[in-house]
Design a protein around this ligand. Structure first.
Ligand code: NOJ
Length: 562
């Protein structure tokens, strides 16, 4: 099937390849050091050439950037630092003309503390409707000087912040799962629900094709009865029955999404949504992916897995089964704006792994960052080889595949950002424990030389290490052996070969080698082992590392036509 005929169908999202853009770090058209919407428009040709079918834009809404834009001050506008609504329309039109769908990020758990509702809440008295849109509580202790409980926020530090009342006295506390600039909304309120329905219609009316829903599993909460049941928010889920955790994955969250679904389905074609829901049990995750709810959910299982044949096979089989049960298609992803880039993770010795903080388990690179993030500690060649093998395997799986900007260049994590330049609230709120996520958000190198390596005329808002020049897109465009050329070929072939149909595992007789086939004689072999292996007979369509003596080398994937 050609790319344009695939994205023309109403169910385009089921098998789409989706490219995540972190707008502030993609391309900077006006030279202020911050990527913008015009920058994205200027790269539509690049995206089309890459062969992706949709883009997902991380938040571009007005924001004080306390959390990289995930602190939204106005859900129905564009940050003036990034552009205007007219720029948004122009960008959407250009992407659509290139056959590329547009997915935007919706952040419903919390607003920015600069949102007009929160300002109103601070100015209004206790017990007012304005306060009730958020989660305000009295403090403990004689004068309410202690937080309502001892929970820590996900970014570290207390999950409660005390306010100064309009009369100047210390007052109530509000709850924030993330940074203190991100107060949590009270989703029990009708006006909160109505406002988000309005936002979904606003962007759908502007031609947006789908939505990515931030922390989709945390909207409804039951804080009152649960104060003492948990010591931390990220505490043990298993002490609660499914759906009864005071914060995460409560059953009634789907009542919200049932209303959203009505909005999505009122458009032709229906708007799509994908839940970011780090829900450990796959059968619970499947609820977000049901057609009555958001329709699709991120599956981070491969992202947190080791590079291991048995682990990959188990995860793939299970998730394909769950997707079938939920009536959705599954999703796959290795990198995004929250985790250490997979080309780096796969090149780290296991001594740097081990921290499991819920964003990424196993060898997640967080310890390496804490140890100084030295590129010399990374086996860059191995990391990239494995990353390409894993991505080639992913792109051959049924379901939609999510790619993160820069991975098509084989870009490594920038582990050594000076403290003074860091932006991630996790770095500031959790000193010595979390370095934060800035290293995967450094502006892209478009050119090997020049101002901000072609990102824009100004100084990039996060510094690019010198070695970023080696990954420049323009140099890779001219090199048939580059990582970019590999991604382009893989995505083009996927566009032709991908179908909804299941895969069939083929026995390989080797524990370290996975082989599956797809309809149309498409065979995929990944060698996770240390020694080269014989490939089955067939025409080689794609290979992630050149053959060695006719064999598939270690840490490599081949696509064959048989
Ligand atoms: C998940 C987003 O991916 C992350 O970047 C953000 O910090 C949190 N949600 C809070 O919105």
């Amino acid at each position: 099937m050609t790319e344009s005929s695939r994205t023309a169908a109403a169910d385009w999202w089921r098998q789409a390849s989706v490219y995540q853009i972190y707008p502030r770090s993609f391309a900077d058209a006006n030279g202020d050091g911050i990527g913008d919407l015009k920058g994205i428009t200027s790269k539509v040709g690049y995206l089309q050439e890459l062969g992706i079918e949709a883009v997902w834009l991380s938040p571009f809404y007005p924001s004080e950037l306390a959390d990289g834009g995930y602190d939204v001050a106005d859900y129905r506008d564009v940050d003036p630092k990034i552009g205007t609504l007219a720029d948004f329309d122009e960008m959407t039109a250009a992407l659509h003309a290139a056959g590329i769908k547009v997915i935007v990020d919706i952040v419903p758990n919390h607003t920015s503390d600069q949102h007009e509702w929160f300002r109103e809440a601070l100015a209004a008295p206790e017990g007012s409707d304005a306060r009730d849109r958020y989660i305000f509580r009295e403090g403990k202790g004689e004068n309410g000087e202690l937080p309502p409980n001892n929970w820590t926020s996900i970014f570290g530090g207390p999950a409660w912040e005390r306010i100064t009342e309009p009369d100047g006295t210390p007052g109530q506390w509000y709850f924030h799962l993330f940074a203190k600039e991100q107060p949590d909304l009270n989703w029990d309120r009708r006006d909160v629900r109505e406002d988000f329905l309005k936002t979904l219609r606003f962007w759908s009316d502007r031609g947006v094709d789908g939505f990515r829903i931030d922390v989709a599993h945390s909207l409804t909460k039951n804080l009152d009865e649960a104060y003492d049941a948990l010591t931390t928010i990220l505490g043990d889920w298993s002490i609660f029955e499914d759906g009864q955790h005071p914060i995460w994955d409560r059953d009634e969250v789907h009542e919200i999404y049932a209303e959203w679904r009505e909005v999505f389905n009122s458009y032709d074609p229906p708007r799509t949504a994908v839940a970011e829901a780090w829900v450990p049990k796959p059968h619970r995750r499947a609820r977000y992916a049901s057609p009555e709810s958001l329709g699709q959910a991120f599956n981070f299982d491969l992202l947190v897995a080791d590079f291991d044949a048995a682990e990959f096979r188990k995860i793939i089989s299970e998730n394909l089964e769950f997707a079938t049960e939920s009536g959705s298609s599954t999703t796959w992803v290795f990198s995004n704006h929250d985790v250490v880039r997979h080309a780096t993770r796969y090149g780290l010795p296991s001594v740097h792994g081990g921290l499991n903080d819920g964003f990424s388990g196993g060898n997640n690179g967080k310890q390496w960052l804490l140890d100084g993030g030295d590129p010399a500690a990374v086996d860059i060649e191995l990391g990239l080889r494995r990353a390409k093998a894993a991505t080639a395997l992913m792109l051959a799986l049924p379901g939609s595949a999510y790619l993160y900007q820069g991975e098509e260049l084989g870009l490594q994590e920038a582990g050594q950002i000076p403290d003074a330049d860091r932006q991630d609230p996790a770095f500031f709120r959790n000193p010595g424990v979390d370095i934060g996520r800035d290293g995967c958000r450094v502006p892209l190198p478009w050119e090997p030389t020049g101002s901000a390596l072609g990102f824009g005329a100004g100084t990039a808002h996060l510094p690019q290490p010198e070695w970023f020049a080696d990954y420049a897109a323009s140099a890779q465009e001219a090199d048939a052996g580059s990582t970019l050329a590999f991604y382009r070929r893989a995505l083009a072939l996927r566009g032709e070969l991908q179908t909804e149909e299941a895969l069939a595992w083929q026995e390989t007789g080797a524990a370290d080698v996975l082989h599956f086939s797809r309809p149309g004689g498409w065979h995929v072999v990944t060698n996770f082992g240390a020694e080269p292996v014989e490939l089955p007979a067939g025409e080689i369509l794609l290979i992630s590392t050149p053959l060695v003596d006719g064999k598939l080398p270690a840490d490599s994937t081949a696509w064959l036509k048989r």
